[in-house]
Design a protein around this ligand. Sequence first.
Ligand code: PEP
Ligand code: MN
Length: 281
Amino acid sequence: MFDLKLAARQNTNHSSVIQVGDEFIGKEELCLIAGPCAVETEAQLNQIAKGISKLGVKFMRGGAYKPRTSPYAFQGLQKEGLKLLKSAAQKYNLKIVTEVLDTSLIEEVYPFADILQVGSRNAKNYQFLKELGKLDKPILLKRGMSSTVNEWLLAAEYILLGGNQNVILCERGIRTFDTSTRNTMDIAAIPLAKELSHLPVIADPSQGTGKRSLVTPLSLAAVAAGADGLMIEVHNEPEEALSDGFQSIYLSKLGAYIKAIQAQAKLSNRTLNLNIPNKIS
Ligand code: PEP
Ligand code: MN
């Protein structure tokens, strides 16, 4: 265990709020980031953007550069995907969360992202984390799949030390002996990270479980455990998805998902940060 300095919580009232344009993450309102694992086509992205914005969702995820285990798997639309994200975001008034895979891609991805996602595979790429510390945009830092909570918070420390104070932690499951689920979603890590650090903590039960049917229950558990938000994969046609369709919830079921989360949030005296439904046509 190594000591935290900048990432450490100093007292019970010490909680950082991350500003993303006119939105805030880490306040009483929970953030909901929804969207496909990967940007696939203009039609796919627009349909999802339209669907989520109709339900009041303010943040859309979507990978343009995908870190795939197999080099033969779909690697993302890359620059074309970034452009599609930007135009869907403008059309539907959404903030974009997208992954930056490598230092060499920071310059390219930066103008297209409101929040830059650092994937699990990069959570120990220290030179990359140092580079992200030089930026002025929020970083969504996934927990490394083999990182202890201390190592995850130290990864955040690298970014903070570089001068970027806008770090959002994201629990996305870890590798354990149990292969029944894709990863073992570490619910305990959520309140623990919040106890040890002032940074907001969100949960990604899509990567965390790898199974569509487990996304709602684990989202509820994350909210009950004190998460400041959720990031989930949603697809209009999960069976046709080019990545992670098996863990993507149906766009047609997102309304029911939101209702369930709202009910759970209420129990912790929190609300979901949504636009008034149907405000955007
Ligand atoms: C993703 O969000 O699609 C993703 C690849 O995440 P992770 O880095 O947690 O595997
Ligand atoms: Mn994914």
